[in-house]
Each structure stands twice: as C-alpha cells, then as structure tokens.
Design a protein around this ligand. Structure first.
Ligand code: HEM
Length: 491
C-alpha cells in the first residue's frame, strides 16, 4: 500500500542512517544538530580558520569525520586512501555548488559523467603542447611587462607582490582562453575587480553555514553583490563570444586574408581556446562555450598566480636554491635578454624540481572535495556510496612516511630515482584520477616562464619566512597578508 515516492524516501532515510552509523565509528570533533561541526569555525575569527583546520587535522589524522550540518564528510590524507577516493568518486562535493553561478556546469563543475566525458574530449586537444608552444609569445610578452613594472620597484625596498602576479595571470588567461587583451597588469577594469572579488564572496558564503541555504541567501546584500559581479563577468565573456562569432561569419574573407598574411608574415594566426571551440565542430551552444571559458578563468588565473607567489617566496627564503636556479638560467641564456623558447623550458630541469617542491609544501588547491560513486573500504571500514570526502592535499604532501623531514624544502625529492620510490598518489597538486587538472601543463609553462624572467633579472628577498608566514584559505592556500619582497637588479 506504500506509493513509490514514499518507498524512495524510506530507502533514502535508511541509507542516511547507515551512513551515520558507519561515519560515527571514525574519530572526529563533537557535533551538534543543525551546525554539525561548524561550531569550530563559528567560534573562531576568520583570520584563524587555517589554524582551526590544521589543529583539527592534527588531533584526528589520518582518517576522520566531521559533519557539515546534516551532511557527513570523511577526511583522507594517506596516499593509499587518496588513491581509492579519487578513483571512485566523480561528483564534486556540495560546497562546490557555490561556484556554479559563475562558471555554470563547465568542465570543473559538471555533475553528469557522460556530458563531462564528451566535454573533456573536446577540450583536451586545446591544451596540446603545440598550442602551448603557440602561446609562448604571449607568456614572454606579459612576463616582460611584469619585469618592467618590477624593475621600477627594484630599489631594495620591500613591496607587496601578489596583486601584480594575479594581474599577470589574468592577462595570460584572457589572451589565451578568449583571445582578448585586457592589459590587467597596467590598467584597472570592472572585469578585473569582479574576477578578484568573486572568490572572496564565495569563500565567505562557504564558511557561513546560514548562507548555504539558497532561500536565505536570496534575501541578502551578498546575493545582490554577487549578481552585480556576475553580470560584469558574464557580460564580458558573452561580448567576446558574440564578437568572435560575428568575425567567424565573415569566415571566407577572413580565411583568405589570413592565408595572405601568413604568406607575408611567415607564421600562422595564433588561436585562443575560444577560437578552437567556436571553429571546431563541437556542437556546444554559445552559453555552454561561455561556461567553459569562465571555467578556465576561474580555475586557471588565481591558481597559477598563487603558485608563482609561493615560488618567489621559496626562492627568496632559500638563497642557495635561488643561486642554483640562476646558474641554470645563465647557462641557457648567457646573459642575453632574448625571449624564451619551448626548448628553453625543457632545459630548465632544476627550476622544474623547485616548482614541484613548491607545489608540495604550498599546494594552492589544498583540498579537493568529492562524493563517493560507490562503496569503498578504508582501513577495513566500509564507507557507503554518496558520502562526501575531503582529500587533504596539504596533509598528504607532509606525510613523513612518504616525505622524510617533510617541512624541509628540498627540490631533489623530485629527482627521478627518488620520486620513483614514493607511492604514486603521495603527490597530487593537480589532483589525480579521471578529474585531474586539465591545465597542469599550461600552468607549468606559465610558472616556469614567469619565474625564469624574474630570476634572470633580479635577486629576491622576502619579509615572510616559512616560520612567520600566516596562511589563509580563500578557495586556495595563500599568504594572509600578501607577500612582501625586495628586488635587486643582477649584474
Ligand atoms: C598551479 C596551477 C593549478 C593548480 C594547482 C590546479 C589544480 C587543480 C586541481 C587540484 C584540480 C581538481 C579540483 C577538484 O577535483 O576539485 C583542478 C581541476 C581543473 N583545473 Fe586546474 N590547477 C591549476 C591550473 C589550471 C589552469 C591554468 C587551468 C586552465 C587554463 C585549469 C583548469 C582546470 C579545470 C578545467 C579543472 C577541472 C577538470 C575536470 O574536472 O575535468 N587549472 N585543477
């Protein structure tokens, strides 16, 4: 006599009870109805959230549970657990949904596995190394502008650098993803301000359980502000797509002119990701393309800027390592101011190891949140499907079993003969498994080019040290008060 919807609800309730029974076998902080374990954050100041995260982890690691309101979360940080989770979860955890108003269900947030598969297939070729080689000119040009701006500050005085780095990364992404110059390094714009403010607003919402409820959020000033920022960001990408479409409609003429230009200039017209999506037979609507372009801006600009910031911080704090990178650069460039080529990038082997070590200790995306597709077993405990899991990459990269003396900065941990002895999931700054970062090679290329340009020209010092730097989690792991560096022109 029970109708199907009621049966379904009963099944759901049973499953929830099963999850609760299993989850509460794991250690974790005390939880209360409605807030779950969020009281830990409600009792702390925003600036101390990072410390709360770390303390909680130290108390219950390596496998524990928390409750976010009525939702249980499992926290994993051992390589063998991370491997199981990342290969058995497709959907992102619930907190990611706050980014959907910005980037829609583009690749990063796509919940449907078959749509995701076809998008990933369409987008992967746009990151082919030949296309990255085409972008090398842009990376050189922007890095040179950055170096010029930095040289105006190279009087030995300390200054805050992360803002300039974020602007430079936004320039890279806009020109490579959309084919549009915004000159963020030199000019302010509404778009730039909106792209910088949105992550702050979304993080605030994430850490405020009351605002998780869409109905409550709808009536807040924060929602009004979010709508305003989104209309700027979406307005910008829609305009670029519209203009590119119009240009494509004059295709024949354009093709003729382009091939004539190619003959004269001796090179092909460079294509941005957006051109490749519009020109290829992708069957994506303009709105779907807009979501993918916004996804690249969201996932690509801040991550790389933060990674570059931490790289400068590390080089400033380890002068002997800085000198070794400079020696490698001098050997390749022999003091000449010439642009960097893709071949130079391959030759920068030591810098490559330095950046890898930076991404170990200062992993920008320090947490990856997933929802289990199927039941998994961790330390003999069966965890049912549907449970959210938080993969703590910060802690994973500090596991002393995989990383002896984990706090020591040592790029040689990435020498092939040493790296091969580690668990394959001991190092995942770009996540791993099917939903790993599509932009990792792109990110590596930007980071190497920009850092190389800076180190060819300057010696760096920093006020912040590994001991005194206050860390802050605003979507990414970043220095709370920015990074203050001083530059000295090299002879
Ligand atoms: C140092 C820089 C970067 C880091 C540390 C980084 C890290 C990550 C991580 C950890 C993920 C997995 C996130 C998750 O599952 O929750 C991811 C996914 C992704 N990243 Fe990156 N990323 C970087 C640069 C980039 C760049 C430059 C782009 C694009 C231009 C990009 C585009 C994406 C996309 C689209 C995804 C989603 C992939 C999918 O679900 O199939 N990332 N990234």
């Amino acid at each position: 006599f029970i109708s199907d919807p009621i049966k379904k609800e009963i099944e759901k309730l049973k499953h929830r009870r099963k999850i609760a029974e299993v989850i509460d076998q794991l250690p974790g902080p005390k939880w209360y109805p409605i807030v779950g374990c969020a009281w830990l954050f409600l009792m702390a100041e925003r600036k101390d959230f990072w410390k709360v995260l770390r303390k909680r982890c130290d108390m219950y690691k390596p496998l524990f549970r928390t409750w976010m309101g009525k939702y249980p979360i499992i926290h994993v940080m051992k390589a063998e657990h991370v491997e199981i989770v990342l290969n058995n979860s497709f959907e992102k955890s619930l907190l990611y949904r706050f980014f959907i108003p910005w980037a829609g269900t583009g690749l990063f947030l796509q919940p449907d596995i078959s749509i995701w598969r076809s998008r990933r297939k369409i987008l992967t070729p746009t990151f082919h190394f030949a296309i990255l080689d085409d972008f090398q000119d842009i990376f050189n040009e922007k890095s040179q502008t950055l170096v010029k701006l930095l040289s105006e500050k190279s009087n030995g005085e300390y200054f805050e650098v992360t803002n300039l780095l974020a602007r430079c990364s936004l320039d890279f992404i806009c020109e490579t993803a959309m084919g549009t110059k915004i000159n963020a390094l030199e000019n302010d714009s509404e778009f730039l301000k909106a792209v910088f403010e949105l992550p702050q607003l979304i993080t605030y919402r994430t850490y405020t359980p009351l605002l998780h409820n869409d109905f409550i959020f709808k009536f807040t000033q924060l929602k009004k502000k979010q709508d305003k920022l989104l209309s700027i960001v979406h307005g910008f990408s829609r305009k670029v797509i519209r203009e590119k479409r119009e240009k494509l409609q004059n295709n024949n003429q354009l093709k003729k002119r382009t091939s004539e230009e190619e003959k004269i200039m001796g090179r092909k017209e460079r294509k941005a990701f957006l051109d490749l999506l519009l020109e290829g037979n992708t069957m994506l609507s303009d709105e779907e393309i807009r979501q993918e372009v916004d996804t690249f801006v969201l996932a690509g600009h801040d991550t790389t800027a933060v990674a570059i910031g931490w790289t400068l911080f590390a080089l400033a704090n380890y002068p002997d390592i800085q000198a070794k990178v400079q020696a490698e650069l001098d050997e390749i460039f022999q003091g000449k101011e010439r642009p960097m080529t893709p071949e130079d990038i391959i030759r920068l082997k030591y810098l490559d190891r330095v950046i890898k070590e930076v991404l170990r200790l200062y992993v920008p995306a320090h947490i990856v949140g997933r929802k289990l597709d199927k039941e998994i077993v961790l330390d003999n405990l069966k965890i049912p499907h549907g449970v959210m899991v938080s993969v703590d990459l910060f802690q994973l990269h500090r596991d002393p079993e995989q990383w002896p003396d984990p706090e020591r900065f040592d790029p040689d941990r990435f020498l092939p003969e040493i790296a091969s002895q580690r668990h394959p999931y001991a190092y995942c700054p770009f996540s791993a498994g099917p939903r790993n970062c599509i932009g990792r090679k792109f990110a590596a290329r930007i980071t190497k080019t920009e850092v190389a340009w800076i180190l060819r020209r300057f010696n760096i010092k920093s006020i912040e040290t590994p001991q005194n730097v206050e860390v802050y989690s605003e979507v990414l792991m970043r220095p709370q008060n920015g990074l203050h560096i001083a530059l000295q022109e090299r002879q």
